[in-house]
Design a protein around this ligand. Sequence first.
Ligand code: 1GP
Length: 234
Amino acid sequence: MAVLIDPDKMTIKMASQFIGKINQSLATHIFVGGSTVADFATEQLVSVIKKHTHLPVILFPGDVSQITGQADALLFLSLISGRNPEYLIGKQVASVSKLRQMHLEVIPTGYLLIENGKETAVQKVTGTKPMSKDSVQDIVDTAKAGELLGMKLIYLEAGSGALNPIDSTIINSVKKEISLPLIVGGGIRTKKQLEEAYNSGADLVVIGTAFEDNEALFEELASLSSRHLPKGEN
Ligand code: 1GP
């Protein structure tokens, strides 16, 4: 499980206590990123996070400005569900001069935004439409195209704070077709939803909003059965 920290919502002051909770939980990764983040906020936050944890800190950036060499790795996202060239290749080109000066592990990631019942920040910021959750074959084909293009991860995104998480049928169908690790996130708030995502084929589940709203969820998830976790976890 990855805990997503949005630098726009997490103050430096709150960070050490929150990371303490993450360290005690079943989280294996910390993701850092947001749709709109003030310049330098990510860099400051990541250096504080690194002081308090041994977990890998992975950038999940909404923009080039959120890339910092303080992190361990970068999800080099291409929004392959959309048709906005800026988010397919433009931002990636713009980031190269920065990346050249860093030693970040760069992980090419096919990022698919799926409709969830309400307009999300990703949709607004990128000006792209999410894929219909009923177009399962289309979603599978898009993920497969990402794999054929050489991407190393596929990320199925319902959007931060989504009303409904990604359907298990979608997770299952994509997982069957690709041989890449599959990340699933957006709108997951309960242990049941987390287990359902794993049981459907997710390799890594990302939770952000639910932990921001309710830190007690860390304890609730502590009893998650190891049979629901991917091999090698727990
Ligand atoms: C968003 O997938 C992540 O990009 C996590 O979403 O904030 O809804 O958990 P939530």
